[in-house]
Design a protein around this ligand. Structure first.
Ligand SMILES: Cc1ncc(C[n+]2csc(CCOP(=O)(O)OP(=O)(O)O)c2C)c(N)n1
Length: 619
């Protein structure tokens, strides 16, 4: 039997029938579609969505990149077992997806992209918004999405949808491969009818596998762990994707091996668990970094080892061994490790069993952890309730208000560093910092996706003023959907993070402050008279404007229980070295000008050359 439908109608029917299953739990895979319509998708996908509205919930976005961020937030909050699709028109609507797609792929988070494409039949080249490539008739702007997609297909004929859609689902639900998946849909093909076999449209289940370790690899790992005197676990985002928090806790408690976390892994143990030593690397804690610097074995679990984690190759001592438990062979082999290719939960459980009660009596880190918590307290401390808060004090006030149900979202600026160092994470999914792509503008749209995945929980998008200006438009969508997200804007008139980095590398804060142009052409004049609170209000948000720490306590408490989207707009005081968070406890490699006429750069380069000598290659 077959059913006659357009390609777009068949695709919507197909997507509504796909499910994931893991640990015996079955869920619908594509639970909604985000969209912005133009001539490239309105008559195809647009018509299909309205043909049977009950099949596929629809969210109206304002910016294509932001729609991908929302979908990514949803997928991460759903442990990659549910995802959203994003439909766009052709041309600019499609290319606006590129940044979001890269973010999804870098972070291994599933999102289905459905950009319209120029006519497959090419009856009237060029159509509106078509890029003409004189030497290649089959190229369209959508080819920009190839390098940032884990699967890319162009559905040039109706029946080609069948293999393309099945391949797309395979990649979306594959825990190693997943990321952005793109099905480019030429606008003429979207509207073409075809007789679809019923089996194509029937319910289908994609099992999300949990591969167990190979016995030889497990033996090697066990031998290495038994031989180690000072092992340390580095837990990354893979622990969360696998929901391996309990397995990690059991492993750490049985073996006595301490746990340090990357940005993506933070929260896998609550901050007050005795085995938790804090963040690792450039934005890490003194406790974790001291352990890392003297360890003889690193057990990496679900980590990609970015330069922030390894302090650009300077954190771990010469001669250290790595055992990498990772579902991806690619990551498991990094840093010359003994690979243990497996699902994080299965791998940790197998290791716990195979170690058979082996326990490592380590030098205790309890005092170092206490010292670090005192530094956090100092950064949070408020001497004057009637003064403007520092950024750390804003986090400190929030710390007094939240419980394990709150979710904090951030991606770029000085906040990821402050949060990684300071934040006391209470529950495994509280800390939602996107630091794989660290994309300014992720936070607000991602909050929508998280709120859709976790209804009823307080969802906070924490943003600097620079980040807010990059991508505030999805506030309108939050208002439309009545999603009571909380947006906290920390106004410091420019890029505190890159400004500080700029000074450290001899670039003298050039182009990083939001100030009027001065008589000499620079931007050292007074701060710009922007009012981002008014901006958020103009987009439909309720806005609170605390000026002092005292007001802030009230405003954040109010926002937390608010039932409408609420913005807390606060000017922050620039922290000095005493009141601010602890400085970086490890290096980050940002190359400095080798030659310069300016003393600041010459000095920065001398400092840089000293650090470079500490770089190591772990083979
Ligand atoms: C899309 C994007 N463009 C540029 C950058 C580089 N970048 C990282 S942080 C930052 C400044 C962030 O400013 P703001 O949000 O005001 O936070 P603050 O640094 O003041 O804490 C920039 C430009 C980025 N991460 N993402």
């Amino acid at each position: 039997m077959s059913v006659r439908l357009t390609v777009a109608q068949a695709l919507v029917r197909f997507l509504a029938a796909q499910h994931t299953e893991r640990d015996g739990v079955r869920q619908r895979l594509i639970t909604a579609t985000w969209g912005i319509f133009g001539h490239g998708n309105v008559a195809g996908i647009g018509q299909a969505l309205v043909e049977d509205p009950a099949l596929m919930p629809f969210h109206q976005g304002r910016n294509e990149q932001a729609m991908v961020h929302a979908a990514v937030g949803y997928a991460r909050q759903s442990n990659r077992l549910r995802a959203h699709a994003v439909t766009t028109s052709i041309g600019p609507g499609a290319t606006n997806l590129v940044t979001g797609a890269a973010l999804a792929t870098v972070n291994h988070l599933p999102v289905l992209l459905l950009p319209g494409d120029t006519f497959a039949g090419r009856p009237a080249d060029p159509v509106l918004q078509q890029l003409e490539v004189p030497y290649a008739g089959d190229v369209s702007v959508n080819d920009c999405l190839r390098p940032v997609s884990k699967y890319f297909d162009r559905v040039g004929r109706p029946e080609a949808l069948i293999p393309a859609a099945l391949a797309a689902m395979r990649v979306l639900t594959d825990p190693v491969e997943t990321g952005a998946v793109t099905l480019a849909l030429p606008q003429d093909v979207q509207a073409e009818a075809y007789d679809w076999p019923e089996e194509f449209l029937a319910d289908r289940i994609w099992r999300v596998r949990r591969p167990r370790p190979d016995t030889a690899e497990l033996d090697d790992a066990v031998r290495a762990i038994r031989a180690a005197k000072r092992p340390l676990i580095v837990a990354g985002g893979g622990v969360r994707h696998s929901r391996a928090e309990d397995a990690l806790r059991t492993f750490a408690e049985r073996t006595g091996i301490p746990v340090a976390t990357t940005q993506a892994g933070k929260g896998v143990l609550p901050y007050d668990h005795p085995g938790e030593t804090g963040g690792i690397g450039h934005t890490g804690s003194a406790t974790a970094n001291a352990l890392a610097g003297t360890s003889d074995l690193i057990l990496g679990v679900g980590t990609r080892y970015t330069d922030f984690t390894t302090a650009s190759g300077t954190l771990f001592p010469r001669g250290v061994r790595f055992v990498n438990l990772n579902i991806a062979g690619f990551d498991a082999h990094k840093l010359g490790a003994l690979p243990l290719v497996a699902d994080a939960r299965e791998g940790l459980t197998a290791l716990t069993e195979a170690l058979g009660g082996h326990r490592q009596e380590m030098v205790q880190w309890i005092f170092s952890k206490r010292d670090w918590q005192e530094q956090v307290d100092a950064a949070y401390a408020v001497a004057d309730e009637d003064a403007r808060p520092t950024q750390a004090q804003v986090l400190g006030v929030l710390d007094t208000l939240v419980d394990g149900s709150d979710i904090l979202i951030n991606a770029a600026g000085s906040l990821p560093g402050d949060l990684h160092k300071l934040w006391r994470t209470r529950s495994p999914d509280q800390y939602h910092v996107e630091y794989g792509y660290s994309c300014m503008g992720y936070e607000i749209p991602a909050a929508l996706g998280v709120a859709l995945a976790a209804p009823g929980r307080p969802v906070w998008a924490l943003v600097g003023d620079g980040t807010y200006l990059m991508n505030p438009t999805e506030i309108v969508t939050a208002v439309q959907e009545r999603l009571p997200i909380k947006v906290v804007i920390l106004q410091n008139h420019g890029y505190a993070s890159i400004g500080g980095l700029s000074e450290a590398v001899g670039a003298e804060r050039f182009g990083t402050d939001y100030r009027h142009r001065d008589a000499f052409g620079g931007f050292t004049g007074p701060p710009l008279p922007v009012d981002l609170g008014a901006n958020a209000a103009s987009l439909g948000m309720r806005v609170l404007r605390p000026r002092t720490v005292r007001d802030l306590r009230e405003a954040l408490a109010d926002a937390r229980t608010a039932t409408v989207p609420t913005c807390v707009y606060v000017e922050t005081e620039t922290a000095d070295t005493v009141s601010g968070p602890p400085p970086a406890q490890a290096w980050w490699d940002v190359p400095v000008a080798e030659t310069s006429t300016r003393p600041s750069a010459v000095k920065a380069r001398e400092e840089y050359d000293r650090h470079v000598t500490a770089r190591r290659r772990h083979l």
